[in-house]
Design a protein around this ligand. Structure first.
Ligand SMILES: Nc1ncnc2c1ncn2[C@@H]1O[C@H](COP(=O)(O)OP(=O)(O)OP(=O)(O)O)[C@@H](O)[C@H]1O
Ligand SMILES: [Mg+2]
Length: 315
């Protein structure tokens, strides 16, 4: 893969202040915020991600809890580390992986994650095919994730009730233990479709009871998808002209009605194809000196050449 799928969030933001052992404990929220520098990361989340208002608020609530916890600690109050294991439910392309990366960063700033990294896995990384293979595999993943966040995508595949001898159950047991005993040093985020996750929790109540925060990722509306598309283009030094913007709006209306629509992921794929058409258009014009605008602008034809328009009924 030549291009990173995800930018490292918060990479260019101010670093937290490292306290000296003699520094007096913070007594105000402002002091904690000034030291940990979590606010720039939260602001960046608000700015970079289109929509998701409820979710952004939940993330701020979790941050507030951890800030208050820090203050309590300064007063010597009981501060049993709150469980921070989470479940992200939503359809494909709704931003679950993206937010998990940001969450890892936020937890790091708030002192709830030593290293701030995110380890993304699926069933195949945890479950072996033969007897005796699962425990070492799962333990290895846990070891890599310690001090950070373990993100288990499509977590319900760990549980296969139709197969009595499935090793997934073994992985679940080991995960449950780690989620309980090492919760000071590990945050687990389970992700997947809402309905399947509900079924998974019904069969695995132990898992359900260890999840402190359930965060829902709704499907995006057409307007949000258009704004997401524009933001993605901006990141890549491209832009729609007015005609392309209108054409992309029409494209989204058609695409939303199709099966297998995957929200922001489908937007990204559509834009990749539009860039391909733009390149082909420019390539055909060999001797014309190209301007910066030529190279960065997608025009209506780059969008309207999509097969989707050919299939659509006229009018
Ligand atoms: N609200 C948003 N604003 C801007 N870009 C977004 C938003 N949501 C998702 N994206 C972008 O869409 C792409 C897909 O998002 P992501 O991979 O986080 O979705 P997902 O829910 O994990 O999907 P999947 O279930 O397919 O793994 C990423 O490139 C991400 O940056
Ligand atoms: Mg994902």
């Amino acid at each position: 893969m030549s291009q990173a799928l995800y930018a490292i969030p918060g990479a260019a933001l101010p670093e937290p202040v490292v306290d000296t052992p003699t520094a007096p404990p913070s007594t105000t929220v402002a002091q904690v915020l000034a030291r940990c520098q979590v606010e720039p990361v939260l602001d960046e989340l608000d700015r970079d991600l289109v929509g998701l208002a409820m979710l952004k608020q939940r993330v701020r609530d979790i941050a507030a809890l951890l800030v208050v916890d820090t203050l309590r600690l300064g007063f010597g109050l009981e501060s049993r580390t709150p469980s921070l294991h989470m479940c992200f439910t939503g359809n494909p392309g709704t931003g679950k992986t993206t937010v998990a990366l940001r969450m890892a960063r936020i937890l790091h700033r708030l002192g709830r994650s030593r290293k701030g990294h995110l380890v993304c896995v699926t069933r195949d990384d945890l479950v072996g095919q033969y007897i005796g293979h699962t425990a070492p595999k799962t333990r290895e993943v846990l070891k890599r994730a310690m001090g950070g966040v373990l993100f288990i995508d499509e977590a319900y595949y760990l549980y296969r009730p139709e197969n009595e001898r499935d090793y997934g159950q073994e992985a679940i047991e080991i995960l449950l233990q780690a989620m309980e005993n090492q919760r000071d040093d590990l945050v687990v985020i389970l992700a997947g479709y809402r309905q399947r996750m509900d079924v998974f929790f019904q069969s695995n109540p132990g898992m359900h009871s260890r999840i402190a925060h359930h965060l829902e990722f709704p499907d995006y509306g057409a307007d949000e998808l258009l704004r997401i598309g524009e933001a993605m283009l901006r990141d890549m030094d491209y832009a729609f002209d007015a005609g392309a913007r209108a054409a992309f709006g029409d494209y989204l209306a058609l695409r939303l009605a199709q099966p297998n629509f995957a929200n922001a992921r489908s937007v990204r794929n559509a834009l990749d194809r539009a860039r391909l058409r733009q390149a082909t258009r420019l390539f055909a014009d060999r001797d014309r000196p190209l301007t910066r605008a030529d190279l960065t602008t997608l025009v209506a034809a780059d969008i309207r050449a999509s097969r989707l328009f050919a299939q659509a009924p006229a009018g």
